[in-house]
Design a protein around this ligand. Structure first.
Ligand code: GLA
Length: 774
């Protein structure tokens, strides 16, 4: 009997670039080459040495440094090799199948499914004769093409149904097909998901035979006859039941049963079925523990795909909306079952270990206490399906259009270093974080934008064609964004939506830029994908400057629009050049909220800005080439000290030295020199406290408490200042100690309750593809 053990558990983020080739789905081809597919970022890439991408295929270059093959890959699904070595990539959304010629770096459209009347497209697999088999997921049919893309045949009537016995090609009734694979016997295996069955297309006999599943949902049959097994349990759920299929070289089939949260094996030799991983008692919020060794205890909330290769089964799970685990199961041929006595949890592992409490609810968040499900249970709807329900509650007419509901998101940000430098044409190093604002909405035929806040129930709206004056409410950010986008000539659509947030407001995490970007993505609809992300950030900055009336720089909107998972963003605010700076993988990012809301921030912010401008005008009288503090060196500033007011001198000294620290921090991060990063953060904080005077006693206390904890590599205030949060780079095994120390020491020193927010670095704003996560 084959045994299965856990080789590895890795927390991953679909926005992460590579991470073993399993961004969301992934695939090893028959030569062992690895590919990564990011559905939501619409690209496929080949994973080369050192986990870097060799090339990508996408509509537009996703990574400037990686060669790009242009193809309209919206929601890529799966790949296989044609006989000539070129790759097949199917595109669910547009029902298109591309052939990618890697040698010549080009993509050719092989099949345009919409022209053929296909509803959508699942996988493309090639049989021994070189024909291409494609499953039409909701169309309940399997299509067969020749290598040039010509239709050879269609299996099934397109009418859902179930025949327990073998049926002729043309008569077969499939019901939603989530996966299709070629077996070592050269047959084509079809995961007939809503029939809860696995079928085999016997090509020479022109028959389709059911080899597992009764056609009824359930969870029985372990250890018994595979034909009597049941999978899934809810025949009406849109994405229920058996979701993914793999086959090994022995002809064993593996089925990811998404509803029952288990992976089952159908042993070819014995025709029996057994569960090899997972536990139906899932906790949807819990990440898997890397210390876990028992496949039976794995938490598989949403198996998203599987890939069998070389004795390993790769099982990505799609935990709380995008953040998941990649589980690698390893086959062994011994009779011994995997050990069951390994401790369940280890301090310091990600995903909220039991001994490391998550953050308290965000008191002042737009959602009144929300947070990403990865961190803690939601007190208001945040998951896509729950948001859709909330929209239906707010807009009863939406019930009939549930499948048209769209969801967009925009992250908050922390700034690692480079504070108040953006409006001085200097350098910044922010990162988007996985605390975010989401809007679920339905486009409306009229020109009204109507939004309901889910935290307060407030409903407010405006007409896109009627000028609206700002009135100090949260809607100003949305109306300002509409105004700035319209000013740029971008057409907007009316909508009805609900807004949820896990991002604390007035915390220095830039929830205002997040509501701007989320609403921009909503009002722009499909057009948003085509607008340059940097340009979109500029439009949102314009909304904040000219409509809301805050004279902020570009950093926040830039970080939240252009964010790259796992990387900070180094931006030159003069040239607009930027590049991602990957964060060391062995460091966690922890945001510590002082519990003091930012007061005076708006007026003091504008005062700082004018003091910087005053310093520039004095310095440019000495040297006309000085256009901003960016042009001033520390030496030149020291030489001009007597010509500046003392306060202007100190403001300028902060900016000039901070710009130097940003460059030094990038170099230190790239060199892995955490000691240097710690010193640079400390110097930045001191400069903001003493020279720029934007810190507060609470921020100072929080930094002092944090840096005293062993394993805290760097800490400083983040954002505009005057209260809010600190940013901390922490070794994962020190997060527990930091949490405990802050909880104890901070209230004693300040009388305030801190909020501890472990965050991950997230991708920039965009649409959440939630109904088609299959
Ligand atoms: C706020 C502004 C940014 C930036 C920071 C300080 O977040 O919106 O543009 O100036 O303060 O670095």
């Amino acid at each position: 009997m084959t045994g299965w053990g856990i080789e590895r558990i890795q927390h991953f983020d679909p926005g992460d670039l590579v991470k073993d080739g399993f961004v969301h789905f992934g695939f090893h081809d028959r030569n062992g080459r690895q590919f990564a597919i990011a559905h939501t970022r619409h690209f496929l890439g080949q994973v080369g040495d050192a986990d870097r991408l060799d090339w990508t295929v996408a509509r537009a270059p996703v990574f400037p440094d990686v060669p790009n093959i242009t193809a309209d890959l919206e929601f890529p699904m799966f790949i296989d090799n044609l006989a000539d070595g070129s790759l097949l990539v199917s595109n669910f959304e547009c029902a298109r199948l591309y052939r990618i010629d890697v040698e010549r770096m080009r993509a050719d459209l092989l099949v345009d499914g919409h022209v053929l009347g296909m509803a959508d497209m699942g996988n493309g697999v090639v049989d021994a004769a070189g024909s291409v088999w494609v499953n039409e997921v909701t169309g309940c049919r399997v299509w067969r093409f020749d290598a040039t893309g010509r239709v050879i045949g269609i299996l099934g009537t397109g009418q859902p149904g179930f025949q327990p016995d073998s049926a002729d090609f043309d008569e077969v009734r499939f019901n939603w097909i989530y996966d299709i694979r070629r077996g070592p016997d050269d047959a084509i295996y079809v995961l007939d998901s809503r029939n809860f069955a696995l079928r085999v297309i016997d090509i020479p006999a022109r028959r389709v035979v059911t080899i597992a599943g009764t056609g009824s949902p359930g969870y029985t049959g372990d250890g018994g006859d595979a034909r009597q097994a049941t999978f899934g349990s809810d025949p009406t759920a849109r994405f229920d039941g058996p979701i993914s299929l793999s086959l090994d070289e022995l002809g064993n089939a593996y089925i990811g049963d998404r509803h029952n949260h288990v992976v089952r094996i159908l042993e070819r030799a014995t025709r029996t079925i057994a569960t090899i991983a997972g536990n139906p008692a899932v906790d949807r919020e819990r990440a898997n523990d890397p210390a876990e060794r028992d496949p039976g205890r794995l938490n598989l909330p949403q198996i998203s795909s599987m890939d069998y290769h070389g004795g390993r089964l790769f099982v990505p799970t799609d935990l709380a909306e995008g953040h998941g685990d990649l589980i690698v199961l390893r086959r062994s041929y011994s009779d011994t079952a995997p050990s069951r006595d390994v401790p369940r949890r280890q301090a310091g592992s990600r995903g909220r270990p039991d001994d490391q409490p998550g953050p308290e609810p965000a008191a002042a968040s737009l959602a009144g206490g929300g947070g990403p499900a990865r961190h803690h249970p939601m007190s208001s709807p945040f998951e896509p399906a729950a948001l859709a329900d909330a929209l239906i509650d707010a807009e009863p007419g939406a019930a009939a259009r549930r499948n048209e509901i769209r969801i967009v998101r925009a992250p908050g940000r922390v700034n690692l270093i480079g504070e108040h430098t953006d409006y001085n044409e200097g350098f910044v190093l922010p990162a988007a974080i996985d605390l975010e604002i989401r809007i679920a909405y339905l486009p409306a035929p009229d020109r009204r934008v109507e939004l309901t806040r889910l935290d307060t129930g407030d409903r407010d709206g405006f007409d896109l064609d009627t000028p609206r004056a700002r009135n100090g409410s949260w809607l100003d950010y949305v109306a300002g964004t509409a105004w700035a986008l319209t000013e740029a000539g971008l057409p907007l659509t009316g909508l009805r939506g609900v807004v949820a947030s896990s991002l604390p407001t007035s915390a220095g995490l830039s929830s205002s830029a997040a509501i701007e970007l989320a609403s921009a993505w909503a009002m722009l609809g499909d057009l948003a994908e085509t607008v340059d992300r940097f340009e979109l950030a500029r439009r949102c900055q314009r909304a904040e400057n000219a409509y809301v009336g805050v004279n902020s720089g570009l950093m926040d909107q830039f970080a939240e629009s252009c964010g790259v998972a796992g990387a900070a963003l180094f931006l030159d605010c003069r040239s607009s050049e930027w590049r991602p700076v990957p964060l060391p993988p062995d460091l966690d990012l922890v945001v510590l909220h002082t519990g003091s809301r930012r007061s005076l921030s708006r007026s003091e912010y504008n005062v700082r800005r004018s003091q910087c401008e005053a310093a520039v005008s004095a310095l440019s009288r000495l040297d006309p080439s000085v256009r901003s503090l960016r042009d001033v060196t520390p030496g030149a500033l020291a030489a001009a000290a007597a010509r500046l007011e003392p306060v202007e001198f100190r403001r300028a000294r902060h900016i000039v030295s901070e710009n130097e620290r940003v460059g030094a921090t990038v170099a230190a991060l790239e060199a892995g020199d955490l000691g240097a990063v710690g010193e640079l953060f400390a110097a930045s904080h001191a400069s903001l406290r003493d020279d720029f005077e934007v810190s507060s006693p609470e921020l100072d206390a929080m930094v002092e408490i944090a840096v005293a904890v062993p394993g805290v590599a760097a800490a400083r205030m983040t954002g505009a200042g005057f209260g809010g949060c600190t940013v901390n780079l922490v070794r994962p095994d020190a997060v527990g100690a930091l949490t405990a120390t802050v909880r104890e020491a901070y209230p004693t020193r300040t009388g305030l309750t801190p909020m501890i927010l472990p965050v991950r670095v997230a991708p920039g704003a965009g649409r959440i593809v939630w109904q088609r996560l299959i």
